[in-house]
Design a protein. Structure first.
Length: 156
């Protein structure tokens, strides 16, 4: 039996769910959205900061051919991940709840497109370049060691 106040509503009606899925209650309330947005943005910002600084340290240890790509990857990381909080706040900026939900979902979708497939393609490009460089280094090292016995090469 449905809870009191939910009779006659369809299963897909978001108003049917207590609090509409938000721990703070009405998801279209700026106060609730602001509190939960700030609470979730604090650790989110720290995670993005750590990833940004660690990528910066990794750039220093990489071959010259991938340093520029990694620098762009850092910017892509902050830009794409920074869009999620903006999309979260989107519904608070419009009066129409349906339009607010559309804004949030479109924002999340755009961020997902950049943050996942594009990020993956950039990483693939880096891996391809580094694999080519490793293969060239092995070929060069292998040609220098062709007269050396196999056991000595394996020990090195």
């Amino acid at each position: 039996m449905p809870s009191a106040g939910y009779e006659g509503r369809s299963r897909d009606d978001p108003a049917r769910l207590p609090g509409r899925g938000s721990p703070a209650g009405d998801p279209f309330s700026f106060d609730a959205r602001g509190v939960w947005g700030i609470a979730s943005t604090i650790p989110f910002t720290y995670i993005v900061y750590v990833e940004f600084t660690e990528l910066g340290r990794a750039i220093e240890r990489q071959p010259e051919q991938v340093r520029g790509i990694l620098g762009g990857l850092r910017v892509l990381l902050v830009a794409s991940w920074g869009f999620y909080p903006i999309a979260y706040i989107g519904p608070s900026l419009v009066a129409d709840p349906a339009l607010g939900e559309v804004i949030r979902q479109v924002g999340y979708s755009l961020a997902d497109i950049v943050a996942k497939p594009v990020f993956g393609l950039v990483i693939l490009a880096i891996a391809t370049i580094k694999s080519r460089l490793d293969a060239e280094a092995e070929a060069t090292a292998g040609s220098d060691l062709t007269s050396e016995p196999v056991a000595r090469r394996a020990a090195a």
